[in-house]
Design a protein around this ligand. Structure first.
Ligand code: ADP
Length: 476
C-alpha cells in the first residue's frame, strides 16, 4: 500500500525531475571534489619538490666548501633542519655505498632502512610519508657522495584534509538545499501541466467550449497548450459538422415521410374510387423513391468518408465510363432542348471504383442539365494534364453560373443555392450531390473544384491520379 503510493508519487514528473537534479548534482560534486583535491595535491607537491631541489643544491655547495671541517658541515646541516622544523626537514650525506656519513638533527633514526638509497633517482620520491630529494655532490674531494634532503608530507596531508572537510561540508549543504530548491522549481515548471490536465479532464463531447489558457511565454508548455487548443477546435468543428449533418438528414427524411403519412391518412379518411386509391399509392411510391435516393446518398457519403474502408482499385477507363453517362443523359438533354456534348475524350484510365466514379460524372452532368436553360449546352472533356500529371475531367455548362457568395459552400453537405436559377421543370435537389462528388474524389486521392462567373456558366474540374500502368498518357 505504502509502496504503491510511493511508486505513484515517484511517477510524478516533479519528483522525478528533482531526483534527477539531485543525482546529477551529487555526481558533479564528487567529480569536482576529486579534481580539486588532486589538483591541490599536485600543486603542493610540485612546490615542495622545488624547495627540496633548491635545498639539495644549496647544501651540496656548502658541504663541498666546508669540507673537511666536519663540525661546520654539521652546523650548516642542523641550521637548515632547524630552519624548517615544522616540515620535519632532515639532511643526510651518504657515501657512494649509500651509508650515512653525516646527518642533521631530526633525521629519523631508522632512515637507512626506511629510505632505500637510489643513486639513479633524478626526481624527488615519496617514501613512507616523506618526500625525499637526492643529488650528487660535485665537490672534488667528495666524489660520488650524495646529499639527501627529506621533508615530511604531513602538512601537505593536513592541507588536503582541511580542504576535503570544507568541500564535504559545502557538498552536504548543497545536497540538502538542492533537492528542496529543485522540487520547488520543478513544481513551478510543471504547474501549467497540472492546469492542462485539469482542463482536459473537464472536456466532454457535449461541452467542447473549454480551452487551455496560454501564458504568453511561448515556451514548450505554451506550444503544447496551443496545439491541444487547435486540436480541440478541430474536434469541436467536426462534432458541430456531424451534429448539423444529422439534423439536416433528419429534416430531409422528415419531408417524404410526412408526405407518405398524409397520403395514407387521406386514403383512410373516406372511401374512394379505385383510380383515386391508385393515384394516392403512386404518390406514396414516388415519396418512397425519394426516400430511397436520400438514404442511398447518405450511405454513399458515409462509405466514402470512411478512411478505414478501402475503395476498389480497378482500372477504370474514364472515357468509356463518361460516354455511357452521356448516352444515358442524352434523351433527357434532348427533351430539355440542351446540347450534351463532348469536345475531347482521351482514352485514359484511373484506378478506383467504377460505380462511384460514375456517380460523380452523373451528378455533374445532372447539375449541368438542371441549371442550363433550353437552347444551352453542357460540355464534357477528359484529358491528361501534363502540368499536374493527372487525369482531368471538366464539366462545363452555359447556365447562369454560381454566385460568388455560394461558390465556397457548394461542396458542403445539404447546401443548396438559390432555387430561382434552376430550370422550372426540375425538382429541387437535397444539396448532397456535390458533397458526394468531393467525398468520392477525395477517397480516390483526387480533387474537385468549381469555377464560375455569374452569367457565364459553371465549370467543375476533377483531377484524378492516372493509372500507373497506362502506356503513355496523351496530353491534350
Ligand atoms: P443539389 O442536389 O441541390 O443540386 P448539389 O450539391 O449538387 O445539390 O449542389 C449544391 C448547389 O450548388 C446547388 O444548389 C446550386 O446552387 C449549386 N450548383 C451546383 N451545380 C451547379 C451548376 N452547374 N450551375 C449553377 N449552380 C450549381
Amino acid at each position: 500500500m505504502l509502496l504503491d503510493r510511493l511508486r505513484d508519487r515517484f511517477r510524478l514528473l516533479r519528483v522525478r525531475l528533482s531526483v534527477w537534479n539531485t543525482v546529477v548534482l551529487a555526481a558533479s560534486i564528487i567529480i569536482t571534489l576529486i579534481a580539486v583535491r588532486e589538483g591541490l595535491r599536485f600543486t603542493l607537491l610540485a612546490e615542495m619538490d622545488q624547495l627540496l631541489l633548491e635545498d639539495t643544491y644549496e647544501l651540496g655547495l656548502a658541504v663541498g666548501q666546508l669540507h673537511p671541517d666536519v663540525e661546520q658541515i654539521h652546523e650548516e646541516m642542523n641550521r637548515k633542519a632547524l630552519g624548517h622544523e615544522y616540515r620535519h626537514l632532515f639532511v643526510q650525506v651518504l657515501d657512494p655505498d649509500g651509508q650515512n656519513l653525516w646527518s642533521s638533527i631530526h633525521t629519523p633514526p631508522d632512515a637507512a632502512s626506511r629510505f632505500p638509497f637510489a643513486t639513479a633517482a633524478r626526481r624527488p620520491r615519496t617514501i613512507d610519508g616523506f618526500r625525499i630529494a637526492e643529488r650528487k655532490l660535485d665537490a672534488p674531494k667528495l666524489p660520488h657522495y650524495t646529499i639527501r634532503v627529506g621533508s615530511s608530507l604531513e602538512y601537505v596531508d593536513r592541507d588536503l584534509a582541511q580542504l576535503t572537510r570544507l568541500m564535504l561540508l559545502v557538498a552536504a549543504v548543497l545536497l540538502v538545499v538542492a533537492p528542496l530548491v529543485g522540487y520547488w522549481l520543478a513544481g513551478r515548471a510543471t504547474q501549467p501541466l497540472g492546469q492542462i490536465i485539469r482542463t482536459a479532464s473537464k472536456l466532454r463531447p457535449s461541452r467542447m467550449d473549454e480551452r487551455l489558457p496560454l501564458r504568453g511565454s511561448g515556451d514548450e508548455l505554451d506550444q503544447l497548450s496551443d496545439t491541444i487548443n487547435r486540436l480541440l477546435d478541430r474536434i469541436a468543428e467536426y462534432l458541430e459538422r456531424n451534429r448539423e449533418f444529422i439534423a439536416n438528414a433528419a429534416h430531409e427524411l422528415r419531408s417524404p415521410l410526412a408526405a407518405i403519412r398524409s397520403a395514407v391518412e387521406v386514403a383512410l379518411n373516406t372511401d374512394r374510387s379505385t383510380d383515386e386509391y391508385k393515384e394516392l399509392l403512386y404518390d406514396v411510391v414516388e415519396q418512397c423513391g425519394d426516400l430511397g435516393v436520400l438514404v442511398n446518398q447518405l450511405l454513399l457519403l458515409a462509405e466514402s468518408d470512411n478512411a478505414h474502408a478501402p475503395i476498389r482499385q480497378d482500372a477504370v477507363r474514364m472515357d468509356l465510363l463518361i460516354q455511357r453517362s452521356i448516352d444515358m443523359f442524352q434523351g433527357a438533354a434532348e427533351e430539355s432542348g440542351i446540347r450534351l456534348q463532348t469536345s475531347h475524350l482521351s482514352p485514359l484510365t484511373v484506378r478506383g471504383d467504377a460505380t462511384r466514379l460514375r456517380q460523380v460524372v452523373n451528378n455533374l452532368i445532372d447539375n449541368g442539365l438542371k441549371f442550363t436553360q433550353r437552347g444551352g449546352r453542357v460540355t464534357i472533356d477528359l484529358f491528361f494534364d501534363a502540368q499536374t500529371q493527372q487525369v482531368r475531367l471538366r464539366v462545363g455548362d452555359s447556365g447562369p453560373g454560381i454566385p460568388p457568395g455560394d461558390l465556397p459552400h457548394i461542396f458542403e453537405r445539404f447546401y443548396r443555392g438559390d432555387k430561382s436559377r434552376q430550370r422550372e421543370s426540375v425538382t429541387r435537389g437535397n444539396g448532397l450531390g456535390l458533397s458526394i462528388c468531393r467525398s468520392v474524389v477525395n477517397a480516390h486521392g483526387g480533387s474537385i473544384e468549381a469555377e464560375s462567373q455569374l452569367g457565364h456558366g459553371a465549370h467543375f474540374i476533377v483531377d484524378l491520379p492516372a493509372y500507373q500502368r497506362d502506356p503513355q498518357p496523351q496530353p491534350a
